[in-house]
Design a protein around this ligand. Structure first.
Ligand code: SF4
Length: 503
């Protein structure tokens, strides 16, 4: 019997980490590492497994001594922590097996330090590695040309996750995206043709979480949840709707989708009926020329503002991703982006600088133009940029800083919440339940934001107004205030770091 420790490297603090918001609900991380939980399900049943997620706990030397194999999965943003784990495991003479996007895209840099690079999708390459291992001839590198049939992917081993330490659980319906945005590595890593799981697979995963006692939210960690609308509408959403009704809506779901979701009323209604209440959408820019430049076809051919409002009206809260640094961004882009975000009512607006991940069309274009400076580290909110932008670099950084400073301020957050309330229709079937944890988070927000926060009058205005005019939205108002607090804390830290750069 073999023993393997599955190790998930630490993420740095970013807007996406929600680290300051998680403190309010006493959680350590947003989600468990779904990739490693899936790997665990693919490993032989007689292997003994442990999961160590460095985002919620420390990796002890005893754990490393115990294991025959140290298996690491990481994204580019986790590189620093991944390298530290590799260093420690190596010192103890452990066999290291690594996979996931960081190693798939940068395997040449780990040839010396990692024993077995199991690249691309584990459903394809892990089996080959295990077969070779059992015959005593495991190779250095395993890669795949094609993509996995995820209808055969087993239910992730959720039991290995220390559920109480996470804010939400995650499952996956599809991989791949039919669009072709120039800066995105998803089509490269997972293909253009969305591959999907079946309705019964999704129900098995939900049942597994339910039987393990999970209570809370579930994130469908899809590249684009609506990539295969036909299957969603005919099989998967009807199955989830039946399950959610039968189980009395134990979970609220959220996911990522392209903006053309707004065109499909039936799909939005079905998602809400299934228990979805939130969706992250890549808006990228209010400037059509910038969208054209990066082939964001699904956005530039429409009135984006109307589409966002339509999604809100159908009961789904839009979280939005925005990017600055496109070649076609005009000098007034900073102001127009802030105006757009304010008008849209998107509270969770994530603004980042454009980055060129390795292998993307953007990376190739910039390389040809001699504009690449360094490799992408997968953090587009830390004021770094891995290419020479068209706009003067300092001007871009100053503009970005100005945008972030504005949109996360208490005043702007309050105004945005007012715009949101005007278009959002609170018909969600499933909402976060009122628990002692949430009550405690509210009380803590009173002290941290309401009594000690800089723009506390806006906190009170938002809460009092909501309590009297839209009481149903009161928990949301508290959540958004806590998110705003997190964004401001991260921004303050980042701004301190780049102070010298801007002088
Ligand atoms: S729609 Fe989203 S996932 Fe699809 S290619 Fe564009 S950025 Fe990537």
């Amino acid at each position: 019997m073999k023993k393997a420790i599955l190790v998930y490297p630490e993420f740095p603090e970013t807007f996406w980490s929600f680290s300051y918001a998680l403190k309010f609900v006493r959680k350590s991380s947003t989600f468990p590492p779904l990739g490693l939980l899936t790997v665990a399900a693919l490993l032989p049943k007689d292997w003994e497994l442990k999961l160590v997620d460095l985002n919620i706990e420390n990796l002890k030397d005893d754990d490393l001594y115990w294991a025959d194999f140290v298996m690491i999965s990481a994204m580019a943003i986790q590189r620093k922590s991944a390298e530290e784990i590799i260093g420690r495991a190596k010192k103890l003479g452990k066999k290291i097996v690594a996979g996931g996007p960081l190693f798939t895209m940068h395997y040449e840099e780990f040839m010396e330090t990692v024993d077995h690079l199991v690249l691309n999708e584990a459903e394809v390459t892990l089996k080959r590695f295990l077969d070779d291992l059992s015959e005593g001839k495991a190779k250095k590198i395993y890669s795949a040309e094609g993509f996995a049939d995820i209808e055969k992917t087993p239910v992730p081993e959720f039991r290995l996750a220390k559920m109480k330490r996470y804010d939400s659980m995650n499952i996956q319906f599809s991989r791949g995206c039919p669009f072709n945005c120039e800066f995105c590595d998803i089509p490269l890593l997972y293909g253009h043709r969305p591959r999907t799981k079946s309705g019964s697979q999704i129900i098995s995963e939900l049942e597994s979480l339910y039987n393990l006692g999970w209570k809370g939210g579930i994130f469908f960690v899809d590249d684009n949840f609506i990539g295969n609308r036909r299957k969603l509408k005919s099989e998967v959403l009807p199955a989830i709707i039946r399950w959610s009704k039968f189980r009395n809506y134990p979970y609220h779901f959220f996911t990522e989708a392209s903006l053309n979701l707004a065109d499909d009323e039936e799909l939005m209604n079905m998602m809400v009926d299934a228990g979805f209440n939130e969706v992250f959408v890549g808006i990228e820019s209010p400037n059509p020329e910038s969208l054209k430049e990066v082939h964001k076809v699904q956005n530039y051919s429409r009135n984006i503002m109307d589409s966002i409002k339509r999604i809100h009206e159908h009961g789904l809260i839009v979280q939005g991703g925005f990017i600055l640094g496109f070649d076609n961004d005009p000098p007034e882009i900073f102001k127009s982006m802030v105006d757009f975000i304010q008008k849209s009512g998107i509270i969770t607006a994530m603004v980042g600088l454009l980055q060129a991940p390795k292998g993307t069309k953007l990376y190739e274009r910039l390389k040809k133009q001699g504009r690449l400076i360094k490799e992408f580290v997968d953090n587009n909110t830390d004021f770094s940029i891995n290419f020479i932008p068209k706009m003067d670099y300092k001007k871009l950084l100053k503009g970005y800083k100005w945008v972030v400073d504005k949109i996360y301020s208490q005043k702007y957050l309050y105004e945005r919440f007012n715009s949101f309330v005007k278009s959002y229709n609170p018909i969600a079937k499933a909402r976060p339940k009122l628990t002692w944890t949430r009550i405690r988070a509210f009380l803590r927000s009173i002290f941290v934001i309401g009594l000690w926060g800089k723009g506390r009058r806006y906190y009170w205005r938002a809460l009092i107004k909501t309590a009297f005019k839209k009481p149903k939205l009161f928990p949301l108002a508290v959540t958004f205030e806590i998110y705003g607090y997190h964004f401001r804390k991260i921004y303050e830290k980042q701004a301190r770091k780049i102070k010298g750069l801007l002088s």
